[in-house]
Design a binder for this molecule. Structure first.
Ligand SMILES: [Zn+2]
Length: 571
């Protein structure tokens, strides 16, 4: 396989205590090796003088594959005619694609790679339709991937929680992650989809409300699933879209969500990852009076070591919202009064898809824009923060370079604020915040933190010997360049990496795709008590006949159905 020697680059690799120094990096057989191990007779030498060398980016929360993403594409045909989303095929090098807000699978892989990102986690897949999710992920070029599995409204889990049978919850989760080749446990507005599907609730539920038709609360689900993740040693903590998303006043629900599970810590010291926290950080009792709850949430998160979040940062452009939080999409449809698609997944979950445009003159949208940045800047430890737009909910992932510029340059924020609703800006703390992220914090929030949260930091998120050779090289030199002043250069450099190397192969050069390869799909294979697993399997098999339109045998996704499956077995 290809051997590479990356010479004279300015390396930031916090996990290996390299905080900005010139280090040569060797690559052989897809892994990072000591530079001396590279055989220069066969190696390609990359001169990275004056360039920044960092690990490949990792996205912990992005909606890139599965049924609701396809529905989003169908709802927005106009998104696929725009020139900016067009990827023109070059035979033997790259395939074609389209789309800006909800791009096609090929476009997604290529655009992530062009920015220097090399791993993405599909944020929410319904178990029954995860075969579809895998088909799209298999077709997504370059990046490694994994699936967050929607489990909070699953009938089996709700029944076992009602029976207070934690061991059965654990066994069921062990089974379903392996059966669907999924990676992590995802909760969306815990329990609400169940009540929505049964037609017994038409609004989002709060953490302590009993879910109609059951005897459990969202809090019970949070606790049971956090316990299961800890007991099964699943690498990624529970990944939670908290209750009351999008509703003014919801920052209190988010605090209660965090407190419900803060003491349930996995073997890696983490208790909860809050997805797109911006949407769950609102103060006030109406959209007209909504303000930021970022200070309160940041204060709490600063005191807890096991709580992490991704931003869900708003960018101003037309996009499509999509979530398993079906009741919220129903609310949003009544706000937008345009298009809405709803989905129900038998026995498991529900969903909604609504196109939406965030606008600079709208008070609420500007408050939302400010909240994401406030949270990232008020939480002191950047290794708790991950950059995200909850793609495509608050905007497409292709805007990450702009978000990084807002975090690294107060001037970039001020220039944006000149165009925004003045009344909203007066109610935000953001204009008074001076903090600017350093280059190291850029690496923490886009590489190190996401790799650690997912639990792949042994081979992702760093450039030490033995790590996967996933590397981004950007045409900027932190020794001579100050992003706080000339932030536009930063946006350009990150949008179009000088090089992206994936698994030891050069896939991007000078911002252009030069090779199409396919990454692995990570999934979790855990072990649990064989006796309880046997009992639970018997229960699953008998109820499949009663509950499902699909048979038990057809439900299970085999390893050979995936292009490149890669099982993580917790020890
Ligand atoms: Zn999401």
């Amino acid at each position: 396989m290809t051997q590479l020697l990356i010479k004279n680059g300015f390396v930031i690799d916090p996990l290996n205590n390299i905080h900005g120094e010139v280090v040569d990096i060797g690559v052989k057989d897809g892994k990072i090796v000591p530079p001396d191990d590279v055989d220069l007779r066969y190696a390609k030498v990359i001169d990275a003088s004056g360039k920044l060398v960092v690990p490949g980016g990792v996205d912990v929360h992005t909606h890139v594959a599965g049924p609701k993403v396809s529905v989003g594409r169908l709802l927005m045909p106009n998104d696929h005619y725009k020139k900016g989303g067009r990827v023109v095929a070059i035979p033997g090098i790259k395939r074609s694609g389209t789309g800006i807000a909800v791009p096609s699978v090929t476009t997604i892989g290529y655009k992530y790679a062009r920015m220097g990102w090399t791993m993405v986690m599909e944020a929410a897949s319904p178990p029954l339709y995860t075969r579809h999710t895998h088909h799209e992920l298999d077709d997504t070029p370059i990046v490694d991937k994994g699936v967050n599995l929607l489990l909070d409204s699953n009938w089996f889990i709700l029944e076992y929680i009602e029976q207070k049978a934690q061991e059965r919850v654990n066994a069921f989760i062990a089974w379903i992650l392996e059966a669907t080749k999924s990676y992590a446990v995802k909760l969306v507005d815990p329990g609400s989809a169940e009540a929505w599907s049964l037609g017994v609730a038409t609004k989002p539920l709060d953490v302590d409300e009993v879910i109609p038709g059951t005897s459990v609360t969202p809090k019970d689900i949070l606790v049971a699933l956090a316990n299961a993740v800890r007991d099964l040693k699943i690498p990624h903590p529970i990944h939670v879209h908290a209750n009351m998303l999008g509703i003014p006043g919801n920052y209190v629900s988010t605090i209660n969500t965090i407190k419900a599970v803060a003491d349930i810590v996995n073997q890696r010291g983490l208790s909860i990852h809050l997805a797109h926290i911006q949407f769950n950080a609102y103060k006030g009792d109406s959209y007209a009076t909504m303000t930021s709850g970022a200070e309160e949430l940041a204060k709490l998160i600063n005191t807890l070591t096991g709580v992490t979040f991704d931003m869900g940062q708003v960018v101003f452009m037309p996009t499509v919202t999509m979530t398993a939080d079906a009741p919220w999409e129903y609310v949003l449809y009544h706000i937008t009064k345009w298009k809405w698609a709803a989905g129900d997944v038998e026995n498991e979950t529900a969903s909604g898809v609504v196109p939406y445009t965030f606008r600079r003159h709208i008070y609420t949208n500007v408050i939302q824009w400010g909240i994401g940045l406030e949270l990232a800047l008020l939480v002191k430890d950047a290794s708790k923060v991950v950059i995200s737009t909850d793609h495509p909910n608050a905007g497409p992932f292709t805007r990450y370079p702009q978000i990084i510029a807002w975090l690294m340059s107060k001037k970039a924020r001020e220039n944006e604020m000149k165009k925004l609703n003045k009344r909203a800006l007066k109610r935000l703390a953001l204009p008074a915040i001076d903090r600017e992220y350093t280059f190291e914090e850029f690496v923490l929030t886009t590489r190190v933190a996401p790799a650690k949260i997912i639990g792949v930091e042994k081979f992702k998120g760093h450039l030490g010997v033995g790590a996967d050779a996933d590397i981004a090289i950007y045409d900027i030199d932190p020794r001579t360049y100050d992003p706080s002043r000339d932030y536009k250069k930063l946006v350009k450099a990150i949008k179009y990496a000088a090089y992206t190397i994936k698994g030891g192969e050069i896939v991007v050069k000078d911002g252009k795709i030069v090779k199409t390869i396919y990454g692995r799909t990570f999934y979790t294979k855990t072990r649990t008590d064989p006796k309880i697993m046997h009992e639970v399997l018997e229960d699953i098999k008998s109820k499949f006949n009663e509950w499902y339109t699909i048979t038990f045998n057809n439900y299970t996704i085999l390893e050979q159905e995936l292009h490149k499956p890669y099982a993580i077995t917790p020890v």
